[in-house]
Ligand binder design. Structure first.
Ligand code: AMP
Length: 213
């Protein structure tokens, strides 16, 4: 099963990806997580991506495509995978189709998580995450411990640079102009499954599983 999770930042793609991964037993490939890991480790890839990420801009297609084509060749992808945060531009989408065709496969579903801008701005600007294990809190709905030490893994809880209000607005603009066109691209192929991402996570999960069945 090959699934793409599409939707603006803050619609719960990361949360739902974990559920889909468990349900279908396929690896969760988040290009954002891969970039953040490289940034934390100070690798050349991380250093190249840093400036774009902090401003909420997209990393150039060439860098992203190299990373994804390497990742998809790993053995755990043989039975399918879930892509989260990729593709994000028409060039990336076309290149993904080409890569998959070379392997004799294609995308089964594109799940589109949707939520109004006001909802995602509120979610992202209040979001705090653990640098080590990725656990998530929200300043008002689910506040992190005052110590800002993760109770699960003792990692540091922080605000992602791109969750600051200015970067969030930029990410939404970038999504609308560069990623939005992918909805039509996948609609033409009959692959889009729309899911309301403004609901609580358990309801979104239920609707998502239904859409993928
Ligand atoms: P995310 O966690 O998916 O919101 O990604 C965080 C940041 O990583 C994005 O704002 C981009 O700077 C970069 N990034 C992640 N995936 C991609 C992609 N497919 N294309 C370009 N940039 C990406």
């Amino acid at each position: 099963m090959i699934i793409v999770l599409l939707g603006p930042p803050g619609t719960g793609k990361g949360t739902q990806a974990a559920a889909v991964k468990n349900r279908f037993g396929i690896p969760h490939i988040s290009t954002g997580d891969i970039f953040r890991r490289n940034l934390a480790e100070g690798t050349p890839l991380g250093l190249k991506a840093k400036g774009y990420m902090e401003k909420g801009e997209l990393v150039p297609d060439g860098l992203v495509l190299e990373l994804v084509s390497d990742r998809l060749r790993e053995p755990d992808c043989a039975k399918g995978f879930l892509l989260d945060g990729f593709p994000r531009t028409p060039v990336q989408a076309e290149e993904l189709d080409r890569l998959l065709a070379l392997q004799g496969t294609r995308i089964d579903h594109v799940a589109l998580l949707e939520a109004p801008d006001g909802t995602v701005v509120g979610r992202l600007s209040g979001r705090r995450v653990c640098k080590s294990c990725g656990a998530v809190w929200h300043q008002t709905h689910n506040p992190p411990p005052e110590s800002m030490i993760c109770p699960k893994c003792s990692g540091e809880i922080y605000q992602r640079a791109d969750d600051a209000a200015e970067a969030v607005l930029n990410r939404l603009k970038v999504y609308a102009s560069q990623t939005g066109p992918l909805i039509g691209y996948y609609e033409n192929k009959g692959l889009i499954r729309r899911v309301d991402g403004s609901k609580p996570p358990a309801e979104v999960e239920k609707a998502l599983f239904q859409a993928l069945s």
